[in-house]
Design a binder for this molecule. Structure first.
Ligand code: NAD
Ligand code: DAU
Length: 351
């Protein structure tokens, strides 16, 4: 079959990447979707069992830090477009070991930009870089991150993502590479690795394990359902202007403590436990170093220019998410049975 585009999606076996792959494979049978992923601890091909046999889907095991891997994939598949999600994504891991974040998020991104620049001629290409609201730093009680907010990254993770954003813009201004960028708030949903707040809490509630809240639990995050992030990426990839960045979020701020308490009540109902049972598991632990206080996104540019909106409320999205975890216990058991145990002990034991 002659495909109208061949999109290389990096990090497609991860949490958000697998949702972007699912959307693209199903919605665009005339595109070939190539999932390029190193399969780190965070990459899992079981996230994609429903699309793995689709005729327009292919998987390449490769590392964005390896130029040969990238060159081979671009040549073999005649890649016309890129959606770049591959990254080290967990702030706590970046505090323990920043260098891996520099290698994947900065060096890997520059490799990928260089490969696209070397491979592409003409106008008919898009390099969509997926980034985070954490590049803007930390908010006080008021205000929202806008696309024009100055960069002020404060963790090794966000510093590496900010650096990657700067390189993407540099390739646009210097070489005319046709880039688009998006900066999204915290995602939640199915297939989320249980090192992040929501899936970690769901898993611990199920197993009646302590629920570790950093500090006082008053830090604020702005949550968006991962399927809505995937739809925003689709919208920006197709309709966004070259050289522009778009903030993605759903005006949905929660303190960590309120969110965990809500999750406890929801899961007590679903698991047939008595009211308040899971809340008793809440345990306050030593705060994250340099913990950003508040994130909140102004997505009005994306809404007014491209008519994008979230499709569900937080309550609806969280309900679907908890149901998915309860129905897919083998997925989470497989993930938490291996090296996760050592990770969990090193991060939470004696904290
Ligand atoms: P994730 O950690 O779940 O997945 C990352 C994926 O990248 C994995 O499949 C992993 O195997 C792959 N990968 C890592 N290093 C690689 C390398 N060197 N070469 C090829 N593949 C590699 O991450 P996620 O939460 O799905 O985030 C995806 C992207 O979205 C990241 O760029 C992240 O910064 C950004 N983002 C995430 C959120 C969020 O809330 N999770 C919000 C905004 C932006
Ligand atoms: O804002 C977007 C970012 O959101 C993404 O770029 C990152 O890739 C993603 O990991 C996420 O970063 P956060 O640090 O905000 O997410 P995390 O789930 O790690 O933590 C959310 C909040 O919950 C944060 O304030 C720390 C707190 N927390 C987290 C964990 C894992 C706890 O209190 N206890 C925990 O055990």
């Amino acid at each position: 079959m002659e495909y109208s585009k061949t999109i290389l999606i990096t990090g497609g076996a991860g949490f958000i990447g697998s949702h972007v792959i699912r959307l693209m494979v199903n919605k665009y049978p005339n595109y070939r979707i190539v999932n390029f992923d190193k399969l780190t601890y965070a990459g899992n091909l079981k996230n994609l069992t429903d699309v793995e046999n689709a005729p327009n889907y292919a998987f390449v095991k490769g590392d964005i830090c390896n130029r040969e891997d990238l060159k081979n994939a671009f040549e073999q598949y005649k890649v016309s477009d890129v959606i770049h999600l591959a990254a080290e994504s967990h702030v706590d891991r970046s505090i323990e070991g920043p260098m891996e974040f520099v290698m994947t998020n900065v060096v890997g991104t520059v490799n990928l930009l260089q490969q696209a620049k070397d491979s592409w001629t003409g106008d008919n290409h898009v390099f969509h870089h997926v980034s985070t609201d954490e590049v803007y730093g930390s908010l006080g009680a008021e205000g929202l991150f806008e696309e024009t907010t100055s960069y002020d990254p404060r963790s090794p993770y966000s510093a590496s993502k900010a650096s990657s954003d700067h390189f993407v813009r540099a390739f646009y201004h210097t070489y005319g590479l046709p880039v688009k960028m998006s900066n999204c708030s915290n995602n939640y949903g199915s297939h989320h690795f249980p090192e992040k707040l929501i899936p970690l809490m769901i898993n611990n509630i199920v197993h009646k394990k302590p629920l570790p809240i950093y500090g006082k639990g008053d830090n604020i995050r702005d949550w968006l359902w991962v399927v809505d992030h995937a739809s925003a990426i689709d919208t920006i990839f197709h309709g966004g202007r070259i050289g522009e960045s778009y903030n993605v979020g759903g005006l949905n701020e929660w303190t960590n403590l309120d969110l965990v308490k809500y999750l406890c009540r929801l899961m007590d109902q679903k698991l047939g436990r008595s009211e308040g049972e899971s809340e008793e598991l809440i345990t306050y632990v030593t705060d994250r170093a340099g913990h950003d206080m508040r994130y909140a996104i102004d997505a009005s540019k994306l809404e007014s220019e491209l008519n994008w909106r979230p499709s569900v409320t937080f309550e609806e999205g969280l309900d679907l998410t908890v149901d998915w975890y309860l129905a897919n216990s083998e997925w989470i058991e497989e993930i938490t049975s291996g090296s996760y145990k050592a990770y969990y002990e090193s991060m939470y034991e004696n904290r």
